[in-house]
Ligand binder design. Structure first.
Ligand code: SF4
Ligand code: SF4
Length: 383
């Protein structure tokens, strides 16, 4: 395991480019910088466990719900997607962030040594896709090195991009750079209307996001080219489930093209996970009970076969191994079939074959309605 937090990995020049969160009703800061108790994963798990769900199906016990589903158990089928969280550093501080990312999280950034450990581990798997996330993964100094290494290995690479990062002076060439390498860009944009997006991500974010989308379009993204795929990821702005993905895609395509001349290839709709800053918002707005009941009551057994934890391995900035990004944020490490934890430096895929996925109440966020893994809604309801 790396000790990457002893020395700052990110340069002062990069840090000086990042926005400092301003005061105001629409701005927030990380739980970590506010020393909120919810910055501690155990405190988040306790908050979820404390919700009274005795009167909903399975009494809010996710494992019991899975046992009753046709799948019967939640086990891994192999590592097809190798997800690397390059750190919690981000140029934004969105209110719903499940990572609790922000400009102040510069200590939690993956070192080059850990990046190389990931590449060595990747070579031991059959993964066809490398999914780069953060924070803003592009802010990690090893981001371009890692992309090149993955492309050289013939992997499909996904950059989970918040759009506004593309406008930072040191990232201006990034759209063309990614396009040349055939990297899929998966962009988060809460809504195609300014007011809704700014409410969740901060004033001015919508304007910047549109500018960044235009830059991506100019680089060839979002025009039906498989090697320049531009995906938008959207999530509800409030304590409700995401809408129908297909009709949203049609509506968004119309709205963005006619109002802003922007195109994209596909839309993925996700539910918000009741963790980190979204959990804080649920608590403060008195919506936690309602939202958890909604998630549990909306449990859809057809989503279980497609949960991302079944075919994904998720590595944290400090080289620990998880079943998914959400478990990573709750510090619920993946276990080998013998129940042991491993760092990515010691990763042997054979030890993780058929492992039981580590679960908790937050998992209801993935199985509610049409589902909410990184791939978005599940349309094929066959098990
Ligand atoms: S939601 Fe994404 S863009 Fe917003 S703070 Fe979190 S990591 Fe950054
Ligand atoms: S939160 Fe993670 S472990 Fe739980 S169901 Fe979702 S993807 Fe699987």
């Amino acid at each position: 395991m790396t000790d990457g937090n002893l020395m700052p990995v990110v340069s002062n020049e990069t840090l000086s480019e990042l926005e400092k969160p301003e005061a105001g009703p629409r701005r927030t800061t990380s739980l970590s910088s506010r020393r909120s108790p919810l910055a501690e994963p155990r405190c988040q798990i306790r908050a979820l466990e404390a919700v009274d769900l005795d009167n909903v199906p399975s009494a809010g016990n996710f494992d019991a719900a899975i046992t009753k589903s046709p799948s019967g158990a939640l086990t891994a089928v192999g590592v097809e997607i190798f997800q690397i969280n390059l750190g919690k550093l981000c140029n934004m501080t969105c209110r719903h962030c499940h990572v609790d990312a922000g400009p102040d999280r510069w200590r939690e950034v993956m070192s080059r040594e850990a990046v190389d450990d990931c590449l060595a581990a990747l070579d031991r798997t059959q993964a066809h896709t490398v999914d780069l996330t953060g924070g803003a993964p592009e802010l990690n100094p090893s981001f371009r090195y890692l992309v090149d290494q993955c492309v050289a290995r013939g992997k499909h690479v996904i950059d989970r991009c918040n759009l506004t990062v593309l406008l930072l002076p040191r990232q201006l060439d990034l759209p063309e750079w990614l396009a040349e390498r055939g990297v899929e860009v998966v962009c988060s944009l809460p809504h195609f209307r300014r007011r809704n997006t700014d409410a969740q991500r901060g004033d001015g974010t919508f304007e910047k996001s549109i500018k960044a989308l235009r830059r991506l379009n100019e680089a060839g993204y979002g025009q039906g080219d498989e090697d320049r795929r531009l995906t938008l990821m959207v999530n509800p702005i409030g304590a409700f489930l995401t809408g129908d993905q297909c009709s949203m895609e049609r509506e968004w395509k119309r709205g963005l093209e006619s109002n802003h001349g922007v195109t994209f290839d596909r839309l993925v709709a996700l539910n918000n996970m009741p963790i980190a800053r979204f959990l804080e918002w649920l608590e403060k707005s008195d919506n936690l009970q309602i939202y958890m009941e909604l998630l549990v009551n909306s449990f859809n057994p057809a989503t279980v076969a497609g949960l991302m934890c079944r075919n994904t391995l998720s590595v944290s900035w400090d080289g620990r191994v998880y079943d998914c990004d959400f478990n990573q944020m709750l510090d619920l490490e993946s276990r080998t079939s013998d129940g042991a934890r491993r760092s990515i430096a010691d990763f042997d895929p054979r030890e993780f074959e058929g492992r039981e996925i580590v679960t908790g109440r937050h998992c209801f966020g993935c199985t509610a309605g049409a589902g909410s893994s990184c791939g978005g809604a599940i349309h094929d309801t066959a098990e």
